[in-house]
Design a protein around this ligand. Structure first.
Ligand code: NYM
Ligand code: MG
Length: 210
């Protein structure tokens, strides 16, 4: 049986990642499963959720970084099994968010290379779509923006910049940038559908790893 494909939707906060991930899932039906990182339902995920939603719950930047990575590792073998069973796995955020949000804190010693290290060896997606908008100022208008840690315009600007450095650091020919500015949900979906369908129809053997 052909293995399933690993499709990653990445990007800044509130660029429509979750909406499009759901639309890909509906388009693929029961051939696919959708997983979201952080997965807040595990014990590690509960800690991450607490860190994101409770400003009184502090952790060293290194510790929360390693928890986000640990959260990916705890699902790695499940993702592997799903792909081997022929299911396509759609990921809503993954390694690139992990590196970009932490490195954007600009903590001495926590550079991109340090941040990437604990994720080395994780399954590498067959396709990564990076959702980007022209600038972060419209974020202020998005419902709910500002409720969680990291949802601040200044920080988002740094994350945007850091993502592009992360992409320079981690080479990947199977990555595309999707500019979502001024595009409706349907327009974005029409743009990405041929991209993920092409990957799904490919006959790939074996896996690649970060
Ligand atoms: N985030 C997400 C990280 O800082 N590191 C990671 O490894 C991942 C996967 O968590 N602002 C940040 C990005 C988001 C926040 O994600 C919660 P979401 O998709 O808004 O639930
Ligand atoms: Mg969010």
């Amino acid at each position: 049986m052909a293995r399933g494909k690993l499709i990653l939707i990445e990007g800044l906060d509130r660029t429509g990642k979750s909406t499009q991930s759901e639309k890909i899932l509906s388009a693929l039906g029961d051939e696919a499963v959708l997983l979201k990182f952080p997965d807040r339902t595990t014990r590690i995920g509960e800690l991450i959720n607490q860190y994101l939603t409770d400003s009184n719950f502090e952790l060293p930047a290194q510790s929360i970084h390693l928890l986000f990575s640990a959260n990916r590792w705890e699902l790695n073998s499940e993702i592997h099994s799903l792909l081997e069973a022929g299911k396509h796995v759609i990921l809503d955020r993954y390694v690139y968010s992990g590196v970009a949000y932490s490195a954007a804190k600009e903590i001495p010693g926590m550079d991109i290379s340090w941040c990437f290290n604990p994720d080395k060896g994780l399954l590498k997606p067959d396709l990564t779509l990076f959702f980007s908008n022209q600038d972060s100022s419209s974020l202020q208008d998005r419902e709910g923006f500002g409720e969680e840690r990291y949802e601040k315009i200044e920080f988002q600007k740094r994350v945007r910049h850091t993502f592009s450095n992360v992409f320079d650091h981690i080479s990947d020919p199977n990555r595309a940038i999707v500019d979502v500015s001024d595009r409706s949900i349907e327009e974005v979906f029409r743009y990405i559908e041929p991209l993920f369908r092409t990957v799904i129809n490919k006959d790939l053997e074996g896996f690649t790893y970060f």
